[in-house]
Ligand binder design. Sequence first.
Ligand SMILES: Nc1ncnc2c1ncn2[C@@H]1O[C@H](COP(=O)(O)OP(=O)(O)OP(=O)(O)O)[C@@H](O)[C@H]1O
Length: 300
Amino acid sequence: MKLLKLIYNPVSGNEDFTESLDYCIQRLQSLGYLVSLYRTEKNQELTKAFFDIEKLNYDGVITAGGDGTINKVINLMKRYNLDMPLGIIPAGTSNDLAVHLTIPYNLDGALDVIAKDNIKAVDLGEIKGDREKFFINVCAGGLFANVAHQTDRRFKNAFGKLAYYLNGLTEISTFEAVPLEITTCETVIKEEVLLFLIFNGSSAGGFNNLGKAAKIDDGLLDLIAVKNVSFNKLPALLVKILQGSHIQDENIIHCKSDYIKVELLDDSIDDFRVDIDGEEGPLLPIEACVHFQEIKIFTP
Ligand SMILES: Nc1ncnc2c1ncn2[C@@H]1O[C@H](COP(=O)(O)OP(=O)(O)OP(=O)(O)O)[C@@H](O)[C@H]1O
């Protein structure tokens, strides 16, 4: 038998994964996997999840949760140097990484992907710092960027992605563009922006086409930034974003690089925080780089 660690978040999405836990274990056992369970806790590192890693040889780790849970698991795997494939059961609110990898949202579909044993190596983003922080999908800052981790859990559980959009709308009237310097290996851009996203995947906050040009296994990050357009132009731009035709828009900055630095050009702003895979990240300035095909994932 093979051994799997299943790390599940009981409150991700609409909190219903635990109802399927027994079925999930039954299916994994029927595929020849023994399953060791770990339940996540609020605001806690997952260090205890692999307390037995020295004694047992795991063949893979499965996450059941949203992007925040996947992010925590990946950071843990990096810290302990765990080189095993990651399976994803999308049980979160927006499940942006699963969308990018076309992993089905329904449990049977996600388990079928694991059953196929088709493993793909994907890139991993890193925010450099005293303690490195990895991201698998996106690192973002500005308008809407902090909505995912600032939205109340009960609101998310009840309204799903709609909770993000409603919360985001309340930011529009008060948000001011920020002057940024964006440096890549190839270029330096100085611009007032409303929002920037550094994509490894391509979907953010349920906007599946936002990072449309990004590939998760090309050794590059994609920067998308929205220039300081007046708010009355935002609806038209949003429509383009939904259609995936925004990349060439004059109000969008898009570039690809394996190194992206983002700094504030206004010293009076000292609290500009980024969001990493839907979780709270560090303050600007940040330096992002990418590790080519660093993580193995069960994919369709
Ligand atoms: N047992 C728990 N009780 C309350 N909160 C928890 C628990 N376990 C984890 N969390 C919190 O859940 C958050 C991660 O949620 P996750 O991102 O997986 O789901 P989501 O926000 O519904 O989905 P998505 O990120 O895809 O939109 C973390 O901030 C973590 O602190």
